[in-house]
Design a binder for this molecule. Structure first.
Ligand code: ZN
Length: 180
C-alpha cells in the first residue's frame, strides 16, 4: 500500500509501514493533520494518548514509528503531527512513544539506532524521573504529557493513580491538573 499526502507518504517495505517525508519540512511546521480521527477512553496498540482517559485513533498515526531521537511530536491541541526539528526529504517521520503514552499498551525493546537509544521502552509514567526531565527539556512530548508532569512533583506519590483497567484517576492529595 502506498498512500500519499501533501508532505509525506506511507511506504510499506516487507510488511512494515512507515511515514516518510516527500519534501523538506521545517521546525514547528505541521507534518500532517489527523482531523479524520475518532476518540476513545481506552488505549490500544493503535491509539495515541491525548488526555488522561482520552485516546485518539487515526489511520496515519498508526504508521508513525517510535524513535528515541524523534523528529516530530503529536500536537494534542491541534490534533496534528508537528516537526520538532528540520526534516530532510526522504527522512522517516518518528515520535517518542513515552512522550505521548503515560503507559504503553505493550512495552518493547527499541532498535532505533540512535546514540541515545533507551533500549527498553515503557510508558512515560514508568520512566526514570531523570529521563522524564530530559524528555520535557527536549520537548519530545505532547502538551498532555507536559501538563501531567510539569504540574506534579516528579515522584511516584504525586502521579496519577492507575486502576486495574489502566484508567487513571488524579491523585486526591496533590494539586495536579490532570483533566483531559
Ligand atoms: Zn531507541
Amino acid at each position: 500500500m502506498e498512500i500519499s499526502l501533501a508532505k509525506v507518504k506511507i511506504v510499506e517495505k516487507h510488511g512494515y509501514n512507515k511515514i516518510v517525508s516527500k519534501t523538506t519540512i521545517n521546525l514547528n511546521e505541521v507534518v500532517f493533520d489527523c482531523y479524520q480521527s475518532s476518540f476513545q477512553t481506552t488505549r490500544t496498540l493503535k491509539t495515541t494518548q491525548v488526555g488522561l482517559n482520552k485516546h485518539i485513533k487515526n489511520k496515519l498515526l498508526d504508521f508513525v514509528n517510535h524513535s528515541c531521537n524523534p523528529n516530530s511530536v503529536f500536537d494534542t491541541s491541534e490534533i496534528c503531527f508537528r516537526a520538532i526539528k528540520d526534516i530532510r526529504k526522504g527522512e522517516e517521520i518518528t515520535f517518542f512513544y513515552p512522550g505521548a503514552e503515560i503507559i504503553l499498551a505493550n512495552n518493547f525493546y527499541c532498535n532505533c539506532g540512535s546514540a541515545n537509544c533507551l533500549g527498553y521502552i515503557q510508558g512515560g509514567l514508568e520512566m526514570d524521573p531523570k529521563i522524564i526531565q530530559s524528555v520535557l527539556e527536549k520537548g519530545i512530548c505532547t502538551k498532555f504529557f507536559k501538563k501531567i508532569f510539569l504540574s506534579c512533583t516528579i515522584d511516584s506519590h504525586s502521579l496519577p493513580n492507575r486502576d486495574r483497567n489502566g484508567c487513571f484517576s488524579p491523585p486526591s492529595h496533590s494539586t495536579c491538573h490532570t483533566s483531559s
